[in-house]
Design a protein around this ligand. Structure first.
Ligand code: ZN
Length: 245
């Protein structure tokens, strides 16, 4: 159902990045903080480039920036970034939260809608990976009172934010359901194997939709010989030439 489509890539800024944008402080994240970039035209690649642009004098960073085509991880998710605007005490958003910047490009053409779908997917995956639910989501606003993510507050009531959280929650449920479906698929069902009308005492197995049969039993029932070479992990089945057997 999800129509998210983006690639995820890492392009970490170096520890030597000026203005302390990568302080190198270890972080055990407990929440995810959502931002808008505050720039109506930049792409994720533009935002990443700005972090290492020599004319950038701001002590501001984040972990992941996402647009309609890609998500770029600019800092390891277990290091502090400066995105929450609430200082550096141990309980601050800066020291405890993964910062995600959502690009704002082309709010009218559908590009921003795609970016948002991608962000829903990214956030749902991050929550799933950490075994978290949407109660782990924060706005930049929650830490410092800044009107960010601003495009989720265009009516002054944070309606966009509430919708975003709902969409993430719905996607989380889907991911959970898919996971249990996958788990069911990986449960092994047995299969009866019949060779030339004769049922073999050995059972086959059905796993994730593929049927596995005991090759030696099947091949030997067909009059072939089976050799196993353990050093090369190779099974060789040889069918006697027709008429010679
Ligand atoms: Zn922000």
């Amino acid at each position: 159902m999800s129509s998210a489509a983006y690639r995820y890539r890492q392009d970490h800024i170096p520890l030597s990045t000026p203005y302390n944008r990568r302080p190198g402080l270890a972080m055990t994240p407990t929440t995810i903080t959502i931002h808008n970039t505050g720039n109506l035209s930049s792409t994720a690649a533009n935002e990443r480039a700005w972090l290492t642009n020599p004319t950038n004098t701001r002590t501001a960073s984040y972990h992941i920036v996402i647009d309609a085509i890609e998500a770029i991880e600019v800092l390891p998710l277990n290091e502090t970034a400066w995105h929450a605007g609430d200082g550096s005490k141990a309980t601050s958003g800066n020291r405890t939260s993964i910062g995600i910047e959502i690009c704002e490009r082309n709010t009218l053409t559908g590009e921003y809608a795609q970016t948002l779908r991608n962000a829903v997917e990214l956030v749902a995956k991050l929550l799933t990976a950490n075994n978290w639910s949407v109660d782990r989501l924060r706005r930049h606003y929650d830490w410092s009172g800044k009107n960010c993510p601003r495009l989720m507050n265009q009516d002054g009531k944070w309606t966009g934010w509430k919708q975003f959280v709902q969409q993430v929650d719905a996607r989380l449920l889907e991911l959970k359901t898919n996971k249990s479906t996958e788990a069911n698929k990986s449960e092994i069902a047995t299969a009866t194997v019949i060779v030339n009308g004769k049922q073999l005492p050995q059972k086959g197995e059905v796993k994730a939709g593929v049927t596995y049969v005991p090759i030696r039993a099947v091949a030997e029932a067909l009059g072939a010989t089976v050799k196993w070479n353990s050093s090369t992990q190779t099974v060789t089945v040889t069918q006697p030439e027709y008429g010679k057997a």
